[in-house]
Write a protein that binds this ligand. Structure first.
Ligand code: S3P
Length: 169
């Protein structure tokens, strides 16, 4: 365990479809800890979906909203936070997460994500496997740089991953 930082939140980072939100929700139930999802926080604030925010205001505005959502968590304590897959694209976000707690990277393969991407309604440009693969390769070093802990989720059951992460809480 890393020393407690700031509000000792646990931030789950990782590519689309790595299971961040599901894990945060289930661990919240197991450990009676509140969980939040930065995408949902932004959607609530803007009263529209992430997809609509991208279409209406563009990615730059979404990233600013995402950073503001992270900063607002300084008013809370001990949350499990599921972060959007692109949170590490904004360098300031890594500093905020390290100030407010610690990062757990759910490290999976692109095929773990592609199934999810095809099912979910995230940004249309994710639909192409080539784009998603290139994006993950671009981001993997950023996830690893931000991570205090990395949990390999490749070929592992959700329950198995949950136990690995639970040991960190
Ligand atoms: C994004 C991932 C999404 C959401 C937005 C941008 C990305 O979050 O924040 O569509 O850039 O990878 P999830 O990873 O929770 O789907």
């Amino acid at each position: 365990k890393v020393e407690k930082r700031g509000c000792d939140h646990v931030f789950f980072i990782g590519f689309l479809g790595a299971g961040k939100s599901t894990l945060a929700r289930n661990l919240g139930g197991m450990f009676n800890r509140r969980f939040v999802d930065t995408d949902r926080m932004v959607e609530r604030k803007m009263r529209m979906s992430v997809t609509k925010i991208f279409e209406t205001f563009g990615e730059k505005e979404f990233r600013a909203l995402e950073t503001r959502a992270l900063e607002s968590l300084s008013r809370d304590k001990s949350l499990l936070v599921s972060c959007g897959g692109g949170v590490i694209e904004t360098p300031a976000n890594i500093e905020i997460m390290h100030r407010l707690g610690y990062c757990v990277y759910l490290d999976g393969d692109i095929d773990d994500s592609l199934r999810q991407i095809r099912r979910s309604d995230t940004r249309p440009d994710f639909r192409s496997a080539e784009h998603a693969t290139a994006l993950l390769e671009h981001r993997r070093p950023l996830y690893k740089q931000a991570a205090d802990f990395t949990v390999d989720i490749r070929g592992r059951s959700f329950t198995d991953v949950s136990y690995s992460v639970a040991e960190l809480l």
